[in-house]
Ligand binder design. Structure first.
Ligand SMILES: [Zn+2]
Length: 111
């Protein structure tokens, strides 16, 4: 017997506990927009398990913050993105991110 890999990202519909079918949709989970499914019949929402896990990790990181040191590389100043953030946002080497100054003590990094 071999284990079968299932890719739930391809599931357009999942069976709902009411007997109806839930369709792929964006759902609100703890104030975040995440992937999920909504039942057409009873409106029950199902959260994508990967996204619910990501939100849990995000909330911990958001609460505690991550301190990183500004270093120098040549004439530039560099900050590194810790592994936790790289994994959470699926960042890869070579990817472009956008830095937007928010105010005099906060810079937003958009991916
Ligand atoms: Zn239902």
């Amino acid at each position: 017997m071999s284990a079968k890999q299932v890719d739930i990202n391809k599931w357009e519909e999942i069976p709902c506990e009411c007997g109806g079918m839930a369709s792929k949709s964006t759902v609100n989970y703890k104030g975040y927009e995440v992937r999920g499914w909504i039942c057409k019949k009873c409106k029950k929402e199902y959260i994508h398990p990967e996204d619910s896990l990501k939100i849990s990790k995000l909330e911990v990181l958001k609460k505690n913050g991550i301190k990183v040191k500004v270093r120098t590389v040549g004439q530039s100043l560099v900050i590194t993105l810790p592994k936790e953030l790289v994994e959470l946002y699926g960042l890869e080497k070579g990817e472009l991110v956008e830095l937007t100054p928010e105010n005099l003590n906060k810079i937003k990094i958009g991916i």
